[in-house]
Design a protein around this ligand. Structure first.
Ligand code: NDP
Length: 284
């Protein structure tokens, strides 16, 4: 039996269209949702991400403010810009594109963003809300994984969920979100013993390891739901996920491809967060 391929492009397009309708409602009330995107330095991949975020804003009807700062920008200058945007009533969301140059302390920068404008969901305040089951602005990629599962008609409640990876940006928040959906969650990492056996017990696997084809067909049970967060560039220039897609799709019930699975969801969820930030600020 071949798995249902979860179409992240299609689902992300639906979410962007929903965001577009919501943005139009804000507009009708005389409100212009606005996202500030800050890029420090010339990292080519970051430039592409920032360009795509601006395009999505344009499509949805969110005004985007773009700050493209030189590699030499000091931490103080960056913190001052964030403070200015924190106090700017017109700006609803602040996104600092990571990674930052080495001389800038990423944690200090993320802490400086006002929690109700933290559209990436990385501020410890928002991480705390997530961990007490009261998530407000959720990290975009993890929230995108949950949307892919739910919009494919899969109920997470009571399911055995295995997350491979425990990073602050993917593994941990996706585990918390699965738990909030009443999944029974196990988190694996580089020190986990017998990962194969742990994965074999899973109804749902989320792979966020950063190792191409880490999840093999003999590690998954028949009919399992496989969500592949990994984006790895192979020597031949092709993108590859953390899951051996070709082999696993013959055994899984549902599976996300790379590209075209989790990837497109991140920006769609960012658009949603931006409008949610706008709503939260209006209610304050
Ligand atoms: P990190 O490198 O921060 O974390 C990787 C995690 O995998 C760590 O927790 C690590 O364990 C664990 N790990 C590493 N090796 C093994 C192993 N042999 N067995 C079990 N666990 C292992 O990566 P990220 O979470 O940032 O990203 C993961 C993947 O997702 C990457 O491919 C990245 O490119 C992709 N990504 C995709 C996004 C999207 O938009 N679709 C967004 C963000 C990331 P330990 O903690 O013990 O070191």
């Amino acid at each position: 039996m071949s798995a249902v391929i979860i179409d992240g492009k299609k689902i992300s397009a639906q979410i962007k269209d929903e965001a577009k309708s919501l943005a139009a409602e804000f507009n009708a009330d005389g409100i212009q949702p606005c996202l500030a995107v800050i890029l420090v330095g010339d990292d080519p991949a970051s430039r592409v991400y920032v360009r795509n975020k601006k395009r999505a804003c344009e499509y949805v009807g969110i005004k985007s403010l773009s700050y493209e700062l030189s590699e030499k920008t000091s931490q103080q200058e960056l913190l001052e810009l964030i403070e200015k945007l924190n106090n700017d009533k017109e700006c609803n969301g602040i996104l600092v594109q990571l990674p930052l140059p080495e001389h800038i302390d990423e944690q200090k920068v993320l802490l400086a963003i006002r929690p109700d404008k933290d559209v990436d969901g990385f501020h410890p305040y928002n991480v705390g809300l997530l961990s007490i089951g009261s998530a407000r602005l959720k990290a975009c990629t993890p929230a995108g994984c949950i949307e892919l599962i739910k919009r494919s008609g899969i109920d997470i409640q009571g399911k055995s969920c295995v997350v491979v990876g425990r990073s602050n940006i993917v593994g941990k928040p996706v585990s918390m979100l699965l738990l909030a959906e009443n999944g029974t969650v196990t988190v694996c990492h580089s020190k986990t013993k017998n990962i194969k056996d742990v994965c074999l017990g899973a109804d749902i696997i989320v792979a966020a390891v950063g190792i191409p084809k880490f999840i093999k067909a003999d590690m998954i049970k028949d009919g399992a739901v496989i969500i592949d967060v990994g984006i790895n560039r192979l020597e031949n220039g092709k993108l590859c996920g953390d899951v051996d897609f070709e082999a696993c799709k013959e055994k899984a019930g549902f599976i996300t491809p790379v590209p075209g699975g989790v990837g497109p969801m991140t920006i769609a969820m960012l658009m949603k967060n931006c409008l949610e930030a706008c709503r939260i600020q209006r209610m304050a």
